[in-house]
Design a protein around this ligand. Sequence first.
Ligand code: TMP
Length: 242
Amino acid sequence: MNNKYELIYEGKAKKIFTHDDADKVIIEFKDDATAFNALKKAKFEGKGKLNCLISTRIFELLIQKKIPTHFLELKNDNTMIAQKINIIPLEIVLRNTAYGSLCKQTTIKSGTVLEKPLIDIYLKNDELNDPLITKDRIQLMKIISAKDLEFIIDLTLKINIILKSFFENIKLQLVDFKLEFGFDSKKNILLGDEISPDNCRLWDLNQKNDTIVSLDKDRFRNDLGGLIEAYSEINRRINDFL
Ligand code: TMP
């Protein structure tokens, strides 16, 4: 990155830099992958670029459908310009199909298609290992108002309708995903972070039997191999469709 821009924040998968316009930021997608709160780490050459390109396409689709997002424009293959937001320290997970932690923490069987989407909210706090949190605890901690929380949940459900049908068109089952939101300088709530195979579970629907073929970060979490091939396949299907 051009050294006239200052690093504001470095996360596990992205770096955030200042922009000439104080209301904007430059987001650089890294090749690093982490899992289990960074207990497991690796680098995959090309992952940053793929996630940046995939996220760009998805943000553009959501913006077309009137979802407020932080995305402004793609700068180059692994860098985008976004509105500067103050991230709300909550991770909003929406599940269409039971998998992952839901099946570890309940008796619901892996692969069960849920009758309606389930929203699980986690406190974004690495020291506490991102615990599952309740609405009452969110109010108690004064993280956001009950009204803003309802707005975010409603947006997440709308985003699910758009993404589920989009991914079905390219033969992918949207199992679950994680979103983050933030406030811009005018106190509007915008969708932030990224939408990529790092924070969505996507299963290939081009399978003849019921075998689960994960085309997402579970390839790394569960040592399945072929992460870059899976992300490239998602990018290819999106570009062929749009
Ligand atoms: P989980 O089943 O491990 O709770 O994950 C649910 C979804 O959230 C899955 O699509 C992966 C995503 N996720 C993140 O993006 N970041 C995280 O730190 C975790 C735990 C999950």
